[in-house]
Ligand binder design. Structure first.
Ligand SMILES: [Zn+2]
Length: 155
């Protein structure tokens, strides 16, 4: 594993756990019951129960349309289409979020793997994971569920 990007990821995790209070004021805090009313069953399963959609099933994995990908739960802008790339994984993949402050990084050791989970900083919705095998300039691959995203198209 690439040590430098591993270090970078660790810094991100430390940063987001240290800075939680700073962004507290902007947070959307809803109970599971409230989310259940707002979201479809599919959205609830991915975003709130931290599920993963089957690869190549989502509407954005192959999308080349221009625009801003927003959090499907709270509408916060998270990724730009300019930073989307074809990873071949079957999930929409980005090499950079709009801002690191939009993303909450959490160490995820489920399924016997060490991964970094990425959530929406504003509402806590699960988005996907970040890996260190992405393209330049960041070498990061944000592997995101289509269901967690809502593309706001621009011309
Ligand atoms: Zn959100």
């Amino acid at each position: 594993m690439n040590q430098k990007s591993e270090q970078k990821k660790k810094e991100k995790i430390d940063k987001s756990s240290n800075s939680q209070n700073v962004f507290m004021v902007d947070k959307v805090l809803k109970t599971k019951d409230e989310w259940r009313v707002q979201l479809t069953d599919e959205q609830f399963e991915i975003c709130i129960n931290k599920g993963t959609e089957p690869p190549f099933s989502g509407k954005y994995h192959n999308s080349k349309e221009k625009g801003i990908y927003k959090c499907v739960c709270c509408g916060e802008p998270l990724f730009k289409s300019d930073t989307k790339f074809d990873s071949g994984s079957g999930w929409p993949s980005f090499w950079e979020p709009i801002s690191d402050e939009k993303i909450e990084y959490v160490s995820d050791t489920s399924f016997g793997m060490i991964r970094t989970e990425v959530n929406c900083m504003k509402c806590g919705a699960h988005l996907g994971h970040v890996f260190d095998d992405g393209p330049k300039p960041t070498s990061l691959r944000y592997c995101i569920n289509s269901i967690s995203l809502d593309l706001d198209k621009t011309d």
